[in-house]
Design a binder for this molecule. Structure first.
Ligand SMILES: [Zn+2]
Length: 279
């Protein structure tokens, strides 16, 4: 008696259970399908974004270049990128402000350049005068007092200075050969000095005018070393490049190389020889 309704109940229960299971299975399947779909979409997005990466960057660069075009013209401020390398690769090494003068690239005479006489009587290549003035104006605006202690020198003047140095060493008891070698480490051998180009300036602090390593610790040199590239200048004979430049560390000798080169040289920690070697 009791069995029948019981059996009927259980049959109903089984039916309901089957229905519930079917619904559950359906829900699980739907969830699985959604999960697989989402996964696929994410995968596709990832793949396509990877493919687009290089061209995406170029677009970004072009856009940022456009927006800073005026800045580019005056300052050439741009982050190092593949595009910059392409631009830099086109650099003309024979341009006047990149002329290399060192022991193996010598001048035989004073170059024929138009000179600008500065307020202090020193002379430099007329074409760098404006940038030089801007650098000094900004340094002074920062409360500093840099002064030029050497600028353009004729070939003849360089010969005179070099011979003077050789004589000094000879007086100290060095042989002619040794005196010449030693003189060459502190005073450029005639024809190897950038001062003959009119593109180099020795700048010191008004409060410390000695040409030695201590010069680097003056606020003027700290400012110049950090900012000179903005005006197209570089510290030409850095401390760690003596073996390449052949000249001892000179934390006062600044050389004009143009704003683009000055920025790249500074950012990459190069000396002029290394920079020109790259192209
Ligand atoms: Zn110098």
């Amino acid at each position: 008696m009791n069995n029948r309704p019981k059996r009927r109940k259980s049959r109903k229960q089984i039916k309901r259970q089957k229905q519930i299971m079917a619904i559950a299975a359906l829900i699980v399947m739907i969830i699985l399908v959604i999960a697989v779909f989402t996964g696929l979409i994410l995968l596709i997005k990832k793949v396509s974004s990877n493919e687009k990466k290089p061209s995406g960057n170029t677009t970004q660069n072009t856009e940022s270049n456009k927006s800073t075009e005026s800045e580019h013209n005056t300052d050439n401020t741009s982050e190092p990128s593949s595009e910059d390398t392409t631009t830099s690769a086109k650099i003309d090494k024979s341009v006047w402000f990149l002329q290399l003068v060192n022991a193996s690239h010598t001048l035989s005479a004073t170059p024929d350049i138009e000179l600008e006489t500065l307020k202090n009587g020193y002379q430099c290549d007329k074409r760098i005068a404006d940038d030089l003035q801007d650098m000094f104006d900004d340094a002074r605006a920062a409360g500093l007092n840099p002064i030029i202690c050497s600028a353009f020198r004729t070939h003849e003047r360089q010969i005179y200075l070099y011979n003077l140095e050789v004589e000094n060493f000879k007086k100290q008891g060095y042989s002619d050969e040794e005196a010449k070698r030693l003189a060459g480490t502190s005073t450029a051998v005639p024809g190897t000095s950038e001062h003959e180009l009119g593109l180099a300036l020795d700048i010191v602090s008004a409060s410390y005018q000695l040409l030695n390593d201590e010069q680097a610790n003056t606020p003027e040199q700290k400012w110049l070393m950090a900012n000179c590239y903005k005006y197209g200048f570089i510290l030409r004979y850095p401390k760690d490049k003596e073996n390449i430049t052949g000249i001892m560390y000179e934390p006062w000798h600044y050389r004009y190389v143009g704003k683009e080169a000055a920025k790249e040289i500074t950012e990459k920690g190069l000396c002029l020889e290394e920079y020109l070697e790259m192209y």
